[in-house]
Structures are given as structure tokens and as C-alpha cells.
Design a protein around this ligand. Sequence first.
Ligand SMILES: N[C@@H](CCC(=O)N[C@@H](CS)C(=O)NCC(=O)O)C(=O)O
Length: 256
Amino acid sequence: MLGRFWDFADEARSMAATTARFGRGMAARPAPRRPERLLELYEFEACPYCRVVREALTELDLDVLVRPCPKGGTRYRPRVTELGGKAQFPFLVDPNTDAKIYESDEIVQYLYRQYGDREVPWNRRLAWLDTGLSSLAGVARLGAGYQSRPSKEPQETLELYSFELSPYARRVRETLCELEIPYVLRNAGRRRLADYVPAQLRNAALERMGADAGNRAALRQRAGQVSIPYLVDPNTGRELSESRQIRVYLQETYAA
Ligand SMILES: N[C@@H](CCC(=O)N[C@@H](CS)C(=O)NCC(=O)O)C(=O)O
């Protein structure tokens, strides 16, 4: 009973964080150039600078291999110092160009220039203001996705269908982050009107308003509907779509 209450309160705070981002990290206009090899991002969920990078990835509809580096983490933090010389996050590695970039604003500019073929959006032009607002959004989360927790390392990389602004996907990413579980972030931002209607209410008429594409189409194929978040764990063969259940599953399977 108490658990349910906390879950509900936590979801409400995640919703507040979503509201505070004024729509960033929700709609996707796919980048015309697609990276051949998966981008790699060392980051942690509570970091406001990391958030703006994840938002750009959703908006450009780019997948990325996330290597979570929460405070106190030992799994990937040392690798960042080895690769770039300091423990600062976010840190992007692009194996396609050999680029290794630390500064969030530089990463966002790089992604839009290298893959998006367009300027950063107008609401990102004042980077200092946008990053300040990103910090405010983080306040609502009361430190979730900040500190590492002991965990078992999965052998194979998990996959998460997500988009940055989703309050439900955020809670799953926070758990993955705290447990230092690496995962391929399959971005599934909204592209068409029907994507704004909850999966359970979407009817055939809405579906006719346009076909799914990209990861949304792949998810429909895989799960029969598009419901975000959606976790795929090749280590156990489990696939789950409810954020509360996913969090319990991750906790039971990987927390040490
Ligand atoms: N100007 C940098 C600031 C990055 C930054 O300060 N990141 C913090 C996390 S929010 C960090 O790396 N802290 C060191 C640590 O977590 O150990 C940027 O925009 O990327």
C-alpha cells in the first residue's frame, strides 16, 4: 500500500520534471544522416547537462549506447578518464568519426551538424538558459538517477525504447542508471498526430493518419503496440512494457 503511494508520488514528480522542460525531447524530426556505428554516451540521468544531450538525441531520432556513470559508479566512470582525461559528464564517443566530446553544448551542436543537417532548434539557442531550466527540471526528481547502487553486470546489453520527455521512461532510465546497466537507447520520439494519443486509446481511424516509422514501427512489430517505455533483456529473454514492472524487474534481476 505504502509502496503504491510512493510510486504514485514519484510518478507525479517525474510528470513535474516533464512539464518543466516545455516539450524538449518529445517530438522527433529524424536526422537525415544516420550513424553507421552506434554512438556512445557516458552520462547520468540526474545531470542537467546530460539531459540536454539526451533531448537532442530524441529530437534527431538517433539511437545511442548509454553507459551510465552515476556518482560513486565504478563500471564506466574510469573509462571516461582513460578516454578523455577527466571524469566529466556527458561524454560522447562517436566511433564513426572518432570524435570524443565533453561539453554538452558542443555535443548538441555536433549532433545537429554531423547528423541533423540543420541548426539547433530555436529553444536551444540560448544554451545557458536552456541548461538552467534543465537543472530546475531535475530538482523535482530529488536526486533520482544520481548515485550508484551495487549491481550485477549483465552479459549482454539491454535495449530500451524511450523518448526523453516521457515521465515513465525517465523512471526506468533512472533505475538503469543507478544500477550502472548499459543499454541501447532506442529513441522513439513522436512524429505524427496519432503518437500523442495514449496507446490504449489509439483507434484504427487515428492509425490511418499515418504509418509508424523508425523505432516506433519496430516496436509495433515487436510488441503489437507502441507503448513507451519498453525494455528488452536478451539475458533473460524478458520483454516488459509497464514502467513500474520494469523497475521491479531490474531491481530483482540486477540489484546486488
Ligand atoms: N560545461 C559542462 C559541464 C558538465 C558538468 O559539470 N557535469 C557534471 C555532472 S552534472 C560532472 O561531470 N560532474 C563530475 C562528476 O559527476 O563526477 C557541460 O556543459 O557539459
